[in-house]
Design a protein around this ligand. Sequence first.
Ligand SMILES: Cc1cc2nc3c(=O)[nH]c(=O)nc-3n(C[C@H](O)[C@H](O)[C@H](O)COP(=O)(O)O)c2cc1C
Length: 212
Amino acid sequence: MRLMHVDASPKSLHSNSKMLSAYYVDLLKQQIPDLEIDYLDLSVDTPPHVSGDFAKATYTPATERTDEMKKVLEYSDKLCARVLMSDMLVFAMPMYNFSMPSSFKAFIDNLVRTNLTYNFLADGTTTGNLTRQKVIFITSRGADLRPGLSPWSHMDALTPALRSPFAFLGVETPHFVDAQPLQFSDQLAREEALKRAYGELDIVAKEWASQS
Ligand SMILES: Cc1cc2nc3c(=O)[nH]c(=O)nc-3n(C[C@H](O)[C@H](O)[C@H](O)COP(=O)(O)O)c2cc1C
């Protein structure tokens, strides 16, 4: 059983999202003895942004790609292989300006690849290839954007921005554990937010472990 653990917070210490994802992965390690971990810190190994050369190479059929095009796609090819060979995907990140850190957007842009992570079908529709992976998004937010509980909830552009590309890749029912509010609130509200997030992670970890 292989798990890919991806962190996107640039903080090395005191990162809420890193702390929560490490807790989650530790829980799984305790419950799944043969778990192999593939760790990626996007603040250390940051995926390249889409360039003009990338845009051309990615839509050129694999058999027609020049050596230069193959080189441009090298990082993305390796990233797709790492994700495809994983059984579980743990993605953790802070909310930045109501959406995701740019490093995670670059991660997605390198991951959505024709004939690798999704395919075009004869009838013109597409099918995603990440159908067997279990996926959890662990997000940390300074404000409280919980639906129905916060005047800020309609500003949450992070959840749909994660849901859509991964649904396109075949991830139909990802888990979301959103720790909030962790910054723009009093101490008690922060502590309660973390407690809620840990409780939710305990439940999802049990579910994953029982199905593995
Ligand atoms: C550049 C920047 C932008 C942020 N934008 C938001 C935001 O739009 N909404 C929000 O609720 N919190 C925002 N925050 C707060 C972080 O999401 C929050 O502190 C989070 O817990 C940080 O997670 P981390 O410790 O894992 O890095 C922002 C923080 C930074 C540094």
